[in-house]
Design a protein around this ligand. Structure first.
Ligand SMILES: Cc1cc2nc3c(=O)[nH]c(=O)nc-3n(C[C@H](O)[C@H](O)[C@H](O)COP(=O)(O)O)c2cc1C
Length: 232
């Protein structure tokens, strides 16, 4: 399995350790990117991507290696420590660049053959909101299955994590890696993305004037007719 990992932090701490444990249990060809080391640009809010194409983004040259690795991957793993109840800033800045990939704009059909995991560790609180910060994007990109792994580790570095919590991490990564391998090679969409696809399809067919370039992209893909992104 091809695995692309995007770490929302530069350091190899608790979160990176858990994400790597999971990736190694799934096994395959693993590529890793660290933020902000490998991409450090905040979205400029210029709307170039929405008005034209993501490839015209002023940051596209720096973004391109990460995009290529994500598109090649069967499994994406995004991870971030919990910082004040949310994902770390570099992760959010990175995800800001992919607004056009959301199901309500110009989703990529290849997302429907991918699985993804979002991983967050915290001392004790904020795991739910942090995994959701990352899952919001991956689900709305139309990734078939997005698993959430949020862990309270009661520690600031790996060698301080209590043994019973380490054991529970090992058990959870065992279980999740098995599920990922069992679910490999399928096509489909998560329910949230599907719901938004049909809402947007209705809006595009009934409200004028059509919003371009989204409308033309859907038309070209046949989504106003019988075709669907998760069946392409
Ligand atoms: C700036 C900052 C903010 C943090 N905010 C929270 C928080 O809101 N809730 C919490 O339980 N832990 C919080 N922590 C603790 C870390 O989330 C926790 O130790 C995490 O496991 C660190 O992961 P890392 O080793 O990958 O950096 C914070 C730590 C830092 C440095």
């Amino acid at each position: 399995m091809k695995i692309t990992m995007i770490h929302g932090q530069n350091h190899e701490g608790n979160t990176c350790m858990v994400a790597r444990e999971l990736a190694n249990k799934v096994g395959g060809e693993i590529r890793e990117f660290f933020l902000p080391r490998d991409f450090n640009k905040p979205c400029l809010g210029c709307y170039t991507c929405f008005k034209t194409d993501l490839s015209n983004c002023p940051h596209y040259r720096e973004l391109e290696p990460l995009i290529a690795a994500m598109l090649e991957a069967d499994l994406l793993i995004l991870d971030s420590p919990v910082y004040v109840y949310h994902a770390a800033g570099p992760m959010m800045s990175f995800l800001d660049h992919f607004g056009t990939w959301w199901m309500v704009h110009r989703p990529l059909p290849e997302m429907s053959r991918k699985q993804a995991v979002v991983v967050a560790t915290a001392a004790g609180g904020g795991m739910k909101s942090t995994v959701q910060d990352m899952a919001d994007s991956l689900e709305m990109w139309g990734i078939r299955k997005v698993y959430k792994l949020g862990l309270g580790v009661q520690a600031v570095k790996p060698d301080e994590i209590p043994g019973r919590i380490l054991n529970s991490i090992h058990r959870k990564t065992d279980r999740l890696s098995r599920r990922i391998k069992e679910n490999a090679g399928r096509n489909g969409s998560n329910i949230r993305a599907k719901k938004w696809f049909y809402l947007m399809r209705f809006a595009q067919k009934h409200f004028q004037p059509p919003m371009e370039p989204d409308y033309g992209y859907w038309e070209k893909n046949g989504w106003h007719g019988k075709k669907r992104p998760w069946k392409q």
